[in-house]
Structures are given as C-alpha cells and as structure tokens.
Design a binder for this molecule. Structure first.
Ligand code: 13P
Length: 256
C-alpha cells in the first residue's frame, strides 16, 4: 500500500506574516481521512519558525535544497545534518530550477541525495524533461537518465528511503498540466525501471507528479495507478488551493 504525499514547494516566496497565516490555515483545514500526508518545504530562513508551528500537527517539514558536503568552507551552503537538526524529514533534490538556473549536474544531485540520506533525511528526487526534449521524443531517455544517475551512485536499495517527483519542465509554473495519461505513462516507466532492480521497492516507492497541479486537476491525476501524490508550487502558497489537493488525496485513499 502506498500513501499519498502532498508536498508544497514554496520556492522563494513568503514572509513571516504570510507564512504564519498560510500554515495556520493549512493546520486548521487538514481534511479528515487516512492514507495521505502533507508536507511543506519553505525557504531556509523560515524552517525554524515553521518547525514549531507544525510540531503538534500532522504536517511534515522539508527543505528545498541541501549541500552535498558535510561541513567546512562552503560559504552560503546548508548541510543535511543542519536540516535534520531543524526538524526536516525531507529535502528536494534535483529540482529543474536548480538544474537549469544553478547548473546542478546529475552527479551533484546524486551527491546531495546521498548526503541527505546519510543524515536521515528522505530526498525527494525530481526528474523531468523540457518541452524540446518531449517534442524530440526524448522524454524517456531524459527521465530515465536522471534516475539512472542516482541508481548508479547510490544503488537501488537507497530507494527504500526516497521519494521521486516527476516534474515535466514544460508544466512547471505554466498553467499547462500534463494530462493524467501523459503523467501516468512516465510514472509507469519510472516504476518499471526500478522493477528491473527490485520489484518490492518499485512497488512501495512514492512517485509524485509536479507541474501546475491544482484542486481542479488533482483528482484526475491522483486517480492514476502510479501517481502517489503531488509536488506543488504555486497552489501550495494559498491554503485553500493546497487543501483542495489534500482533499482530493483524502477522497482517493491509498494505492494498493
Ligand atoms: P507549479 O505547481 O507552480 O507548476 O510548480 C511545480 C514545482 O516546480 C514544484 O516543485
């Protein structure tokens, strides 16, 4: 059985005042039901205050990035051990914005994934193709290549404590959502790639969809057999929008 994970990636948004309202509204509005978990990933400066705000709730805390290094002279970086100490259960690695804007390579993403796990944090590994890659028929090659980089560096057993997020770059922040069929097709390929190595792990790993997910399209996506939740950007910044997606997960129940 796989629970849904509904994760908010706030990106570089928020302030003390807006976060306070957002988190308390989410806490107050968590839908009844089982088989789903909510996660918020605020920017680094707010982790401490939000950790205390969610501490007595069913909401988990995650970070958006982590250093691949353990400690030392790495100005401006944040280690996995530090995130752990602040109460982070999860960290996003390999988001397309970090790959494209900050030049992170798959090797670096793998090193971050390994560093997170070493500190006891679950990495949320993002994979996804650009529009050009999709139009060139290279979706599978790109996505599986990004997955293989982690399999090679960390091994299949590492996926026992990891989450994968398929985020087609053309759907991120564009309002264009992958259709449930398009997303399911890639999610299936990701799971089948893992089946080759370890079918039990492939069965149990959560694969999230990300890219303009909203209350209106969440039910259709979450109904797909290999979509186990969402990594949500824009719609995670408004409590009502985020809770509408959570409600869709609560209705959908677990995946068997
Ligand atoms: P949007 O939901 O704003 O498209 O962002 C998706 C995303 O990048 C989550 O990591």
């Amino acid at each position: 059985m796989r629970d849904f994970l509904i994760a908010g990636n706030w990106k570089m948004n928020g302030s003390n005042a807006t976060n306070d309202v957002l988190v308390s509204n989410i806490v107050d509005g968590i839908p009844n039901g089982e088989g789903f978990k909510l996660l918020v990933c605020p920017p680094f400066p707010y982790l401490i205050s939000i950790a205390s705000q969610v501490s007595n709730s069913a909401i988990s805390l995650g970070a958006q990035n982590v250093s691949e290094h353990e400690s030392g002279a790495f100005t401006g970086e944040t280690s996995a051990a530090m995130l752990k100490e602040l109460g982070c259960e999860y960290v996003i690695v390999g988001h397309s914005e970090r790959r494209a804007i900050f030049g992170e390579t798959s090797e670096q993403v793998a090193a971050k994934y390994i560093a997170a796990q070493k500190a006891g944090i679950t990495p949320i590994l993002c994979v996804g193709e650009t529009l050009e890659e999709r139009e060139a028929g290279a979706t599978e090659e790109v996505v599986i290549g990004q997955l293989d980089a982690i399999l090679d560096a960390a091994g299949v057993d590492s996926f026992a404590s990891a989450v994968i997020a398929y985020e087609p770059v053309w759907a991120i922040g564009t309002g264009v959502t992958a259709t449930p069929g398009q997303a399911q097709d890639v999610h299936r390929r990701i799971r089948m790639r893992l089946v080759k190595h370890n079918s039990d792990l492939a069965d149990s790993i959560q694969i999230l969809y990300g890219g303009s997910m909203k209350g209106e399209n969440a039910s259709g996506l979450l109904a797909m057999p290999d979509i186990d939740g969402g990594l949500i950007g824009g719609a995670s910044l408004k409590a009502d929008d985020f809770l509408a997606i959570a409600a869709a997960a609560a209705v959908a129940g677990q995946k068997s």
